[in-house]
Design a protein around this ligand. Structure first.
Ligand code: GLC
Length: 392
C-alpha cells in the first residue's frame, strides 16, 4: 500500500479518497502487515493511511479490530496450540549468520531475523529441518532480508481465512475479496480459496518467482503500477467498482444520487487543489464550493468560533495558491453517514492534514446535509462542527 519512494504519497491519497467515497459504506478494509502493532502505528503517524476496519499484524499472528485496535484473543489462543517459542529461539542461537530483529518485532507467535539473501536458502533449509524435528513451524522469507518463524497455523493467509469464516454471516463473497501483496509473506494470501489478488508492480523477487511458478493464476493480476496505484489498477481489472480516483473525476457524482460521503471527499479535494493552485482562480471554479452551501449554514471551527459558512469561505477564496509547491497532504477518513429523515443526513468523519516531514494532525467533524437537486453530489451543507483530535 505505502510507497516509501514517493514522498508525496499521491497514489496512497488517491486510494484513500476513492475508498472513502465509493467503497467505505459497504466494504471492509483490512491491512495485513508484517509489522508489529507498534511499528504499524509509527508508520501511521508518518504517512496518509486510512483507519482500517481490521488490521492483521505481525505476519498474521495478531488480529486487531476497529480504531481502538482491540485484539482478537481467540486467534492468539488458537495459535498457542503446539507452539513453543523457546525452541525456536534456542535453535536460532546455534546459527551464527542468523541475526535477531529488534525487540519490538519479536512477538508471542513470531520470531524474526535478518538474513542476507546469499545465505538465505542454506539457512532456511538447515533451520527448518531443526525446527521441524521438534515442532511444526512455518518459515517465511520476505523482502530479500527478513525471515519470520511462525506457528504453522499462523500467517497472513490463515488469518484472512479465519476472518472470512467469522464474517460468513455478514456475507463476504469470496470473489469480492481482493488481496494485495508485494513480498514473500503475502504468498499465502493468494492461495486463500476463491479470492482475487493483485501483485503490485514493485513486488520483491521472492513473490515474483512464486507467481512465475504457478500454473493457475487467472485470479491474480500482476499490476504495472506500484503500491496503492497497483491496487487501484486491480479494482478496475477485476471490475470491483469505481476505479477513477475522485481527484481525477470532473464534477461530482455522475448519476446525481445524493451522497454526503462523496460530497465530503470532493469538498476536501477541492480545498486542497484550491490552496495549491491546481484549480484556476476564477469565480466559476469557486462556485463549486459555494453552490453547495446553504445560505444560513454555519460552522463551528476548531478554535471555538462559530461563523456563517459562506462568509468564512470568502477567506478561502483569498487563499488560492497559498500552498503552491508545498507538500501539504490532506485526507478524510472513517466517514459515517445516516439518513435521519427523507433527504436529511448526518455525517461524521475525521480529517487529517500533514505537512511534509511532520506528524499528522487530526480533526473530528460532524455535518448535516440535505438533498439539493442539481448539486454535484445531490446534497448541500447545512451545518458543520470541527474539533481537533488529541495527538496520539
Ligand atoms: C515487517 C516486520 C518484520 C518482518 C517483515 C517481513 O518488516 O517488521 O518483523 O520480518 O515485515 O514479514
Amino acid at each position: 500500500m505505502v510507497d516509501h519512494k514517493d514522498q508525496t504519497h499521491s497514489s496512497l491519497l488517491d486510494f484513500a479518497s476513492l475508498w472513502e467515497a465509493e467503497y467505505s459504506r459497504d466494504c471492509h478494509l483490512v491491512f495485513s502487515s508484517g509489522r508489529s502493532p507498534e511499528k504499524y502505528l509509527d508508520l501511521r503517524r508518518q504517512v496518509p493511511l486510512l483507519t482500517p476496519d481490521t488490521i492483521i499484524c505481525s505476519v498474521g499472528t495478531e488480529i486487531r479490530y476497529g480504531p481502538s485496535m482491540t485484539p482478537d484473543n481467540g486467534w492468539e489462543e488458537h495459535l498457542d496450540e503446539g507452539w513453543n517459542r523457546e525452541i525456536i529461539v534456542e535453535e536460532a542461537k546455534k546459527i551464527a549468520t542468523l541475526h535477531f530483529q529488534e525487540d519490538s518485532e519479536q512477538r508471542p507467535h513470531k520470531v524474526s531475523f535478518k538474513v542476507e539473501k546469499k545465505d538465505a536458502e542454506e539457512i532456511i533449509r538447515r533451520f527448518s529441518k531443526n525446527c521441524d524435528e521438534q515442532l511444526d513451524a512455518k518459515l517465511i522469507y520476505s523482502g530479500g532480508i527478513d525471515l519470520d518463524v511462525l506457528p504453522q497455523r499462523a500467517g497472513k493467509g490463515e488469518a484472512l481465512a479465519y476472518l472470512m469464516k467469522k464474517a460468513n454471516s455478514e456475507g463476504w463473497a469470496k470473489e469480492r475479496v481482493l488481496v494485495c501483496g508485494d513480498s514473500g509473506n503475502d504468498v499465502e494470501l493468494f492461495t486463500v480459496k476463491g479470492v482475487n489478488g493483485v501483485i503490485v508492480g514493485n513486488a520483491f523477487d521472492e513473490l515474483v518467482k512464486w507467481y512465475s511458478s504457478q500454473s493457475s493464476k487467472d485470479h491474480i493480476h500482476f499490476a504495472s503500477n506500484r503500491c496503492a496505484g497497483g491496487i487501484i489498477e486491480a479494482l478496475k481489472f477485476f471490475d470491483m467498482g469505481p476505479a477513477l480516483p475522485p481527484r481525477e473525476r470532473p464534477g461530482g457524482n455522475s448519476n446525481g444520487a445524493a451522497s454526503p460521503r462523496r460530497e465530503i471527499v470532493d469538498f476536501y479535494i477541492f480545498f486542497d487543489k484550491w490552496v495549491k493552485g491546481d484549480i484556476p482562480n476564477t469565480d466559476e471554479a469557486f462556485q463549486r464550493l459555494t453552490s453547495v452551501i446553504a445560505e444560513d449554514a454555519r460552522m463551528v471551527y476548531p478554535w471555538g468560533e462559530e461563523l456563517n459558512l459562506l462568509q468564512s469561505l470568502a477567506v478561502v477564496r483569498g487563499q488560492h495558491g497559498a500552498f503552491q509547491g508545498k507538500e501539504l497532504r490532506t485526507w478524510v477518513d472513517s466517514i459515517q453517514e445516516q439518513e435521519l429523515a427523507p433527504g436529511v443526513y448526518l455525517a461524521t468523519w475525521q480529517s487529517w492534514e500533514q505537512p511534509s516531514g511532520e506528524n499528522r494532525k487530526g480533526y473530528y467533524a460532524t455535518a448535516v446535509f440535505k438533498d439539493k437537486k442539481g448539486a454535484p453530489n445531490g446534497v448541500e451543507w447545512l451545518r458543520v462542527h470541527q474539533t481537533p483530535q488529541k495527538q496520539k
